[in-house]
Design a protein around this ligand. Structure first.
Ligand code: DGY
Length: 360
């Protein structure tokens, strides 16, 4: 008997009209004291996380985790995942059949501490009837905030200006030196009008753009009304926008959505901002577009690969601002993401409804 079957029995007894209270109580006692009367289920965590998240897990699980620098090395993950009941992973871990085969039949849940799940082989995980969980919502505000910061850093040339101030280029205030592009009266185009895209729009609204347009698979009429945004085709968004912001998830449909053709359709004065996934962009095409002034500038929090090798041409371009994937990197946000990840695991192991199950 495992925790799942105890919880299942409780549900059956609850549903059954002829409830035998004492039997139900025995099962409840077993569930609530599961960890002390049975072997604790095991969880593998691929990175060091906060104590609050660990405390939640500790109560019910045996924890093994990678505590070294950076992401867990592949061979270590493959060794340590064996026979575990739960996997607490990050977007830097590719969870595919290789990992799942090593894990074996005991694995009940793959919980990622991220909203993006392109690192999970969803089909393989589903095929094995393993639950999946992620951490949406919690990071929406932090990511929208960072997107605005990155947009402004790029459009108002903040890093270039800071560099100029430090290196002696600043001789005197000059009328047209380091001028950038303002948001006022502009057209802002948002590709992917989900939770994060909508929050970006709300924040940018206060900068008084003339229009906000979005491109999304489905119409988001109610949400769009809040910011007076209009749904347009992808091509129209590219042609009209002064700022093109990518906020869609990486899927087969969005892979290299921004290719040479797309950059050619954008305004020569356009600022391109990506805080979703690097794979949405054909990076060589972006480099060409920036080098040849097909577009004015780019702000990237995500790229391919990550980390971006130091010799990558993007680092040499003055009109490109690069951040190391820090969209959700607010202290409280990251703590809450880890806590939610832990809660998802506990719920799955107890056979309860997950706070944020990933259902595709
Ligand atoms: C996510 O959670 O997918 C974000 O990219 C993290 O910043």
């Amino acid at each position: 008997m495992n925790l799942n079957s105890i919880s299942c029995a409780i549900r059956i007894l609850n549903l059954n009209h002829k409830i035998i209270p004492s039997t139900l109580n025995i099962f409840r006692f077993c569930r609530n004291n599961f960890t002390s009367i049975m072997n604790k289920p095991s969880v593998y965590i691929t990175r060091q996380v906060n104590e609050e998240a660990l405390d939640i897990l500790r109560e019910h699980c045996e924890i093994t985790s990678w505590t070294g620098e950076g992401p867990v090395p592949r061979d270590e993950l493959l060794r340590k995942i064996e026979d575990k009941n739960a996997l607490f992973c990050m977007l830097t871990d590719q969870i595919n059949s290789e990992v799942l085969n090593k894990a074996g039949k005991k694995l009940q849940i793959v919980a990622t501490m991220s909203v993006g799940y392109d690192h999970l082989d969803v089909d393989e995980i589903k095929k094995r009837k393993i639950k999946m969980a992620y951490t949406p919502d919690i990071l929406t505000d932090a990511t929208a905030e960072l997107t605005v910061a990155l947009l402004l850093a790029t459009s108002r040339r903040i890093l270039e200006a800071n560099e100029a101030a430090k290196n002696g280029e600043w001789k005197a205030w000059s009328p047209f030196w380091l001028c950038g592009t303002g948001l006022q009266n502009s057209t802002v185009g948002i590709v992917g009008f989900g939770r994060i895209g909508q929050e970006i729009a709300k924040r940018l609204k206060s900068f008084k753009p003339k229009n906000i347009v979005y491109y999304n698979r489905s119409e988001k009429a109610d949400e769009a009304k809040l910011v007076d945004a209009k749904r347009v085709t992808f091509d129209k968004l590219l042609a009209k926008s002064d700022f093109v912001i990518v906020s869609c998830s990486l899927t087969q449909d969005t892979q290299h959505l921004f290719n040479e053709n797309a950059f050619n359709k954008m305004k020569r004065t356009a600022i391109f901002v990506n805080t979703s996934r690097g794979g949405v962009v054909d990076q060589d095409a972006l480099i060409k577009a920036l080098e040849n002034k097909i577009i004015l500038g780019a702000g990237l929090d995500v790229m391919t690969p990550e980390p971006l090798p130091l010799h990558n041409p993007l680092f040499k371009l003055k009109n490109c601002v690069i951040l190391p994937h820090i969209g959700s990197a607010c202290i409280q946000t990251r703590k809450e993401m880890a806590i939610l990840c832990a809660k998802n695991i506990i719920a799955a192991l107890r056979g309860e409804e997950l706070p944020s199950e990933l259902i595709i």
